[in-house]
Design a protein around this ligand. Structure first.
Ligand code: TYD
Ligand code: MG
Length: 454
């Protein structure tokens, strides 16, 4: 039988039988690479009649103590982890190169070590001297962290076995190589094998591991997504190059809520926590201007106010531009379609730019109404009062749907000095927060009453 070739996407790990330029799984371009053919695997007969051991079964109500946790004292990190580090857990921290992953984890390593854990930091990218230099600069040189520069997985596992730390940080998973896997370090097979060995080791021996994974654009190096399913917790460290703010976001957490965020600021002395992100995201806001709308959002358990900015201008192109930063382009197309079809506000022949100020990424559907408000405000050249926040989901019919945690949002807005809010009607009755509430049932009423448009 001829050996069939196998191809795999290095970003999401999807399998293909032939090469193509674009991955059907994740939509990324140029990420599909040929893989060493897999072994034929076990023969295709059934397991046979040989009996195995019977499993110990339990029921769902069996009492289990909550997992023991250790807090680092970095509140923003602890909250994203779901209340601290769970023993024997495996955590992936992904992010673009240079975003600050090593800085964050060195700071975390030092704090966990100071709070009594035995912490090992294994750097596959930087020499020990470099890591020590950074630690000195961050004022962490006195923390009892055990440091090593290594990439051989076998050596690392042996060391972990002997030392039995509470926490091992592997920076980064793409530099690790297992000598029993034939492909080059960074390939999908190597990254998978290394992550598998480390996470199973974590479960077996009671060592927590944190794996650092670079988000990659080229196809030759596997991205962190190929190991997401192997770990308990997946955190992404995000931020825009030009901005100081960094956001640590939980996208999967077996031990706590997903969608929780921690906000940091990159300073000359490492990452500093941002306790009140709303104030920070709104700090650069000037006088009210058309196209600017404050959205009262919720990230995980915490309300965050951000500013949406829209610009609508006649387009010189036959196909007008739709450019979005910090929000979903597909969702923008939907809002534009609803504005056109239900409210009679066309955007044909107009370029549309939408931006979330401060480098924040918003994925909540509750931002729909704020986006619509920003678009109409920009188009009609009419500013919303500066002390007003907006939130609510828009359905395709143009109806407005109430958003979860409305009271939380209003409370945060009130705390930051806002005096009015525009929200969908219906849903739970809202307690009086001292804000002037304007509740609307559908988008047509909203654009008509607020902007006199449509
Ligand atoms: P780093 O943690 O090395 O990023 P990653 O591990 O995600 O690739 O961070 C690199 C950037 O952070 C670098 O551009 C310099 C900046 N930085 C500061 O601004 N202040 C600091 O105190 C440190 C340590 C780094
Ligand atoms: Mg690094």
């Amino acid at each position: 039988m001829a050996k069939t070739k196998s191809f795999r996407c290095s970003a999401c790990g999807a399998n293909f039988t032939k090469w193509s330029g674009r991955c059907d799984g994740c939509g990324d371009w140029n990420t599909i690479v040929e893989e060493a053919p897999l072994s034929a695997g076990p023969a295709s007969k059934s397991l046979g009649a040989k009996r195995g051991a019977a499993l110990d079964l339990s029921d769902l109500s069996t009492e289990e103590a909550p997992p023991p946790r250790t807090t680092s004292g970095i509140g923003e990190l602890d909250r994203v982890l779901g209340g601290g580090l769970v023993a024997s857990s495996a955590i992936l921290v992904g992010g673009d190169p240079g975003i600050g992953k090593s800085t964050l984890l060195l700071q975390a390593a030092a704090e966990f070590a100071r709070s009594g854990l035995k912490v090992m930091y294994i750097s596959g990218e930087e020499a020990s001297a470099q890591v020590r230099m950074r630690a000195r600069r961050l004022g962490l040189a006195d923390a009892p962290v055990q440091l090593a520069a290594a990439t051989n997985l076998r050596d690392i596992l042996t060391t972990l076995e002997e030392e039995r730390p509470h926490l091992a940080i592997i920076d980064s998973i793409q530099t690790m190589w297992a000598d029993n896997v034939e492909s080059a370090p960074g390939s999908v097979s190597q990254v998978r094998a290394a992550a598998h060995e480390l996470t199973t080791f974590a479960k077996r021996k009671g060592v927590s591991v944190i794996l650092v994974g670079h988000v990659t654009k080229e196809g030759q190096i596997a991205g962190p997504r190929v190991v997401e399913h192997m770990v308990d917790t997946v955190l992404y460290f995000e931020g825009e190059r030009g901005h100081q703010f960094r956001i640590l976001r939980a996208v999967k957490n077996r031990f706590g809520p997903a969608d929780e965020i921690g906000v940091f600021e990159m300073t000359g002395a490492g990452l500093a926590q941002v306790m009140n992100p709303s104030a920070l995201f709104l700090s650069e806001r000037g006088t009210p201007s058309p196209g600017s709308v404050v959205f009262a959002g919720v990230e995980g358990t915490r309300p965050v106010l951000v500013e949406f900015q829209a610009l609508v201008a006649p387009s010189p192109h036959s196909q007008p531009r739709r450019t979005v930063v910090g929000w979903d382009g597909g969702r923008l197309a939907m809002i534009l379609a609803v504005l056109e079809a239900r409210c009679g506000i066309p955007f044909t022949g107009l370029d549309v730019y939408l931006n979330v100020a401060g480098g924040m990424k918003i994925s909540e559907p509750a931002a729909d109404l704020a986006v619509a408000a920003a678009l109409v405000s920009a188009r009609e050249d009419s500013a919303l009062p500066a002390d007003t926040v907006v939130f609510g989901e828009i359905s395709l019919s143009g109806a407005l749907r109430p958003a979860p945690q409305s009271e939380n949002r209003l409370k945060e807005a009130q705390k930051l000095g806002f005096t009015a809010a525009i929200t969908p009607s219906g849903g739970k009755a809202l307690a009086d927060m001292g804000l002037k509430l304007t509740q609307m049932g559908d988008l047509t009423a909203f654009v008509g009453d607020i902007f006199g448009a449509g």
